[in-house]
Design a protein around this ligand. Structure first.
Ligand SMILES: [Zn+2]
Length: 84
């Protein structure tokens, strides 16, 4: 290897995930903290993990529960107005 151009290599860099999983890997960083890893990512666990901290999905469902009904009412009302 050419001298003075390569970053430090940590063969046993410690990786810590918020789920509690830790493992070591080779890296140029001595330590890493992750939000998600192969032990807790839905792709590997096969479970759906919905990141919905503020209940946004519920709010969306509530808001658009009557969406089609409202659109129908509007259409009926506007057709009445046209005939008058
Ligand atoms: Zn994890």
């Amino acid at each position: 290897m050419k001298a003075e151009i390569h970053p430090n290599w940590y063969a046993e860099a410690k990786v810590t995930c918020v789920c509690g999983n830790t493992f070591t890997t080779g890296s140029t960083l001595p330590e890493m903290k992750l939000d998600i890893c192969s032990a807790c990512h839905p792709f590997y666990t096969g479970k759906q993990k919905l990141v919905d901290a503020e209940g946004r999905v519920e709010r969306f469902k509530k808001r658009y529960a009557n969406f089609n009904l409202k659109a129908k009412d509007k259409a009926e009302n506007s057709s009445k107005n046209d005939s008058e």
